[in-house]
Ligand binder design. Sequence first.
Ligand SMILES: [Zn+2]
Ligand SMILES: [Zn+2]
Length: 227
Amino acid sequence: MSRRYETHCHTGEASRCARVPAEEQVRYYHSLGFDGIIITDHFLGGNTTAPAQLGWKRRIEILCSGYKNARAEGRRLGLKVFFGWEFAHLGCDFLTYGLSPEWLLENENLDQMPIVDYLQYVRREGALVIHAHPFREAPYIPYIQLLPRQVDGVEILNACRKDFENERAAEYARAYGLPVFAGGDNHSAAKQTRLCGIETEEPLDSIDDFIRVFRAGEYRLFDTKEE
Ligand SMILES: [Zn+2]
Ligand SMILES: [Zn+2]
């Protein structure tokens, strides 16, 4: 039996642009029969709810608060909830998986790192990094930036992006031989009807399982628009 996972999901606790609390996201994916979701709120320096003037510890607690609430609700309902974040750099977004809230607490000022240093550092520390919607076009994005040698994969299906943007991302991944990825980028639970993500045959029980399966290529992408 294949199992579905949302890989890219925001909560109102930690993402300023999200419209719903973590609990509501969990209930939505549980109602759809998903096996798990990864909470990827915007990192400090991105569209975060954590005020810049607070200390590092407090800001990281705010960043992780949506995940913690989601995990509690997930335990109650029986939906797996894993942790990640979305790191922003001038309109570029990098989904970062495999490092824990505790790791973040020990890495003060991570948000201040130049982007290439950040990508090299977190990957050396064991993170999996996916370039989210690399061809997104929006007024706040000054130009498209690609770092094909600094990421582990490319989000070629993002449920919130236009076909044109996703198609360019797929061409980019193919041209560089980069593994492909899909995510819902959900900011509004059930108000978002199109979802994208990954499907696996074996159940994933941790973010490490997710990374292992991704690196082994033992997953499929899904897009509910095509169903
Ligand atoms: Zn957002
Ligand atoms: Zn996102």
